[in-house]
Design a protein around this ligand. Structure first.
Ligand code: CP
Ligand code: NVA
Length: 314
């Protein structure tokens, strides 16, 4: 696989294989340098270029590359200022030095622009305004761990129809998991994503949209939420806080879901906004499993993307 800009760059079989590989990497992590993958990225350089803050994505890619025997280079975000040099020049420079670049940026089109101008460079989307595919891989790994079989399962996503929601819907549809999405009016998933969900859906999994969060959560096997104000939308914070008030995932909302339903969040979380403290701290919350699985799922992805090819030091 050349680039990973969207979960739609994969098909259901390839997602399933990546999840198997991620589970194996998780089991074998305790072996340290005795793990069979300890040198899988020998001679490979991976650049990290983040135009927005990150804890989980930055740390898990850094550790992941190192545990696979590769090198990380941190690229400061100020190199992306257009008045310094064109982005296309930044990208073509990087292509001469590194094997892959992990980019967190604003518009998804910027990732496509970089991928197009650098045919040899592997480009990985570490979150854009529109999609967060690495998060979706870890989320699916978490659900496989918890549920075993994904058959006849349904996730309710409550909140903003944002990047995390898009990649969750894409991945769930491909794995045959139904999704209910509840958003306020004006914050729905883009029409294009709803169409894509229909196109990639497997095993009759359906996407159903709601404005009433309680209706969406009823009988769900998992309830997922994310911040109401994503990075880059900070000026809208006060207004969004008012608009999304009734979308907070609370214990009474969770009580409408199936008994034993999981609570999921990509983190960072704002307690008292999209989720109550009681829910995120309760035993049904799998948020730290999701965070841990970022490491394993991304290691599986890196091996899949970089196992062939040059490796500058070979
Ligand atoms: N979930 C997630 O992507 O976290 P960070 O923003 O900390 O990387
Ligand atoms: N929707 C959030 C996700 C953070 C991981 C954002 O884009 O800020």
């Amino acid at each position: 696989m050349q680039n990973f800009l969207s979960i739609l760059d994969l098909d259901p079989d390839r997602i399933a294989k990546l999840l198997e590989s991620a589970a194996k990497l998780k089991r074998e992590r305790v072996k340290g340098m005795k793990a069979p993958t300890w040198n899988a990225l020998n001679g490979k350089h991976v650049g990290l270029l983040f135009e927005k803050p990150s804890l989980r994505t930055r740390v898990t890619f850094t550790i992941g590359v190192r545990e696979l025997g590769g090198d990380i280079v941190e690229i400061p975000a100020d190199v992306m200022h257009a008045d310094r040099e064109p982005i296309n020049d930044v990208a073509r420079n990087l292509e001469r030095w590194v094997d892959a670049v992990v980019i967190r940026t604003f518009g998804q089109e910027r990732l496509h622009q970089i991928a197009e101008i650098t045919p040899k460079l592997h480009v990985i989307n570490a979150l854009s305004n529109e999609e967060h595919p690495c998060q979706a891989l870890a989320d699916m790994q978490t659900l496989v761990e918890r549920w075993g079989s994904l058959a006849n399962k349904r996730i309710a996503y409550v909140g903003d129809g944002n990047n995390v929601c898009t990649s969750l819907v894409h991945s769930a549809m491909m794995l045959g998991i139904g999704v209910n999405v509840a958003t306020p009016k004006g914050f729905e998933l883009p029409d294009e994503v709803v169409d894509q969900a229909g196109e990639v859906s497997q095993k009759g999994a359906g996407l159903t949209e709601f404005t009433d969060p309680k209706a969406a959560v009823r009988d769900a096997d998992a309830v997922y939420t994310d911040v109401w104000t994503s990075m880059g939308q900070e000026v809208e914070y006060a207004e969004r806080k008012k608009t999304f008030k009734r979308y907070q995932v609370t214990e009474s909302m969770m009580a409408l879901a199936k008994p034993g339903a999981l609570f999921m969040h990509c983190l960072p979380a704002h307690r008292g906004e999209e989720v109550s403290d009681e829910v995120i701290e309760s035993p049904i919350s799998v948020v730290f499993d999701q965070a841990e699985n970022r490491l394993h799922a991304q290691k599986a992805l890196l091996i899949e993307m970089l196992k062939q090819g040059h490796g500058w030091r070979r």
